[in-house]
Design a binder for this molecule. Structure first.
Ligand SMILES: C[S@@+](CC[C@H](N)C(=O)[O-])C[C@H]1O[C@@H](n2cnc3c(N)ncnc32)[C@H](O)[C@@H]1O
Length: 440
């Protein structure tokens, strides 16, 4: 039976809803009310769970050594982030963990507040610096400055040198002419008192996502016309094609990076020693999804993003890679084919595990196929782990074990595989080099 309120009753009810609307409008304006998804955008799941983490994995050892050396001299660590943008580099570094913290440990970060002396971010873009100041301006150990790193090292004559010179996410590719990077590195080496670590981050010359740009003659295709189209989903990307931003970015191979660093060492008369090179995002670069530069690129990043997205079920078929070789590049084709075979084998094996798992019986209805001894150790290891993951949680029945435990673990297993098999040659979206200058 429905009841109708009288006019008098309405007068005692709370204010009309329109009076409460500004609160929602404020929330929308703050940006904090926006729908957050790891499936798209700058901070998608691949960026947070793969790219940041892979960089941390390679950096950890060198950062730990740098901290140890600074502490031995009773000094805290000073960081200069060149092309800092909104200071994402700070977040990346601050999130680097100590190696293998135990499950019971709570303090796991390497760069604790008592270790950090100063983080200074420099960038050419005033808007990005404004945003960085908005986020970190209150932190007295963080400073931001506008400068152009192609015009020399942004370090005042009386300013103390830094311990870590950091770049991230392709920033070094903004040196379109190698001379500017050579000068910058030489200046860093000259200004170093005792010891420093330098991290250079470029776009990889031989990423599969721009296979059409591969060349054996390194004087060709040095800079690419990089279109920032991946921030939009397909339809919007096409609708906004004329407004899309283009960047001119240097594509880098290991061989060229080594030559640049050798030239800088020569110019400074001080050795800049390579410590490590690694390829980041080998099959998961952003332009795999857009296929802007290669008709054979498949949306593998989108599929990996889905693996790590909570409450979302992924079609394993979307993860299978069909690598198309390029004539005249056997040294690259062999590598990519090997990686693709390992990747697909792990995906297919996990799919079989899921198909054969009986949730009611809490056991496999059919024994999973044995893992051939001829497979690479990293692949065998990950196949074995995926079997144990499915066995361990397949019966749970609560909290969507496939979506929320098994699929993210498959993501981590694939990440382990590509990280273990990468060769640091420029075959990923990013090529990163870690160097040291040691004058002690
Ligand atoms: C790929 S973004 C990386 C931003 C940030 N480091 C990150 O990890 O997300 C490159 C950054 O370099 C800056 N940049 C480009 N050319 C520059 C130059 N000549 N001098 C200083 N900053 C520059 C851009 O404004 C941008 O913030």
């Amino acid at each position: 039976m429905s009841q109708t309120k009288t006019q008098g009753e309405y007068q005692n009810v709370a204010a009309p809803d329109t009076d409460q609307m500004p609160a929602y409008s404020e929330a929308v304006k703050s940006g904090l009310y926006a729908k957050k998804s790891g499936l798209v955008g700058k901070y998608d799941n691949v960026r947070r769970y793969w790219e940041d983490e892979i960089t941390r994995t390679f950096l950890r050892r060198h950062l730990a050594k740098l901290i140890e050396r600074s502490q031995a001299r009773m000094r805290r660590v000073r960081i200069l982030d060149l092309g800092c943008g909104t200071a994402d580099g700070y977040e990346l570094l601050a999130g680097t963990r100590q190696r293998d913290p135990g499950l019971q440990d709570v303090e796991v970060d390497l760069l604790t507040p008592n270790v950090l002396g100063l983080y200074k971010g420099v960038d050419l873009n005033a808007d990005l610096l404004g945003q960085a100041r908005g986020i970190y301006g209150e932190n007295p150990k963080m400073a931001f400055e506008q400068a152009d790193f192609t015009q020399g090292l942004p370090l005042g004559a009386k300013e103390k040198p830094y311990d870590l010179y950091f770049t991230s996410y392709g920033t070094c590719s903004h040196h379109n002419e190698d001379e500017t990077l050579v000068s910058l590195l030489a200046e860093i080496a000259e200004r170093t008192d005792h010891y420093c670590v330098i991290v250079c981050d470029w776009l990889g010359r031989y990423s599969y996502e721009w296979q059409t740009l591969w060349t054996n003659d390194l004087s060709e295709n040095r800079n690419m016309d990089y279109v920032v189209s991946y921030i939009y989903e397909k339809e919007e990307r096409e609708a906004r094609r004329d407004e899309l931003q283009h960047l001119c970015l240097r594509l880098m191979s290991r061989q060229e990076a080594e030559a640049i660093v050798a030239e800088a060492s020569k110019a400074a008369g001080v050795e800049i020693r390579p410590l490590a090179f690694f390829d980041r995002s080998v099959f998961t670069g952003r332009h795999m999804d857009t296929a802007e530069y290669s008709p054979s690129a498949q949306p593998i990043r989108a599929a990996v993003n889905s693996l790590h997205e909570a409450n979302t079920r992924t079609d394993p078929g979307e993860l299978l890679i069909d690598y198309v070789p390029k004539q005249g590049f056997d040294f690259l084709n062999d590598y990519f084919e090997h990686l693709q075979m390992c990747w697909n084998t792990l995906v297919q094996y996990t799919t079989q595990l899921l198909e054969h798992y009986d949730e009611k019986a809490a056991a496999f209805s059919q024994e999973p196929p044995s893992i051939p001894a001829s497979y690479p150790p990293a692949l065998r290891d990950m196949m074995d782990r995926m079997r144990r993951v499915v066995e361990g949680v397949g019966w749970l029945g609560i909290g969507l074990p496939r979506e929320n435990i098994i699929e993210p673990q498959l993501g981590y297993a694939l990440r382990y595989l590509v990280t273990g098999l990468q060769q640091g040659r420029g075959c990923g979206h990013g090529l990163v080099g870690i160097f040291e200058v040691d004058k002690t």
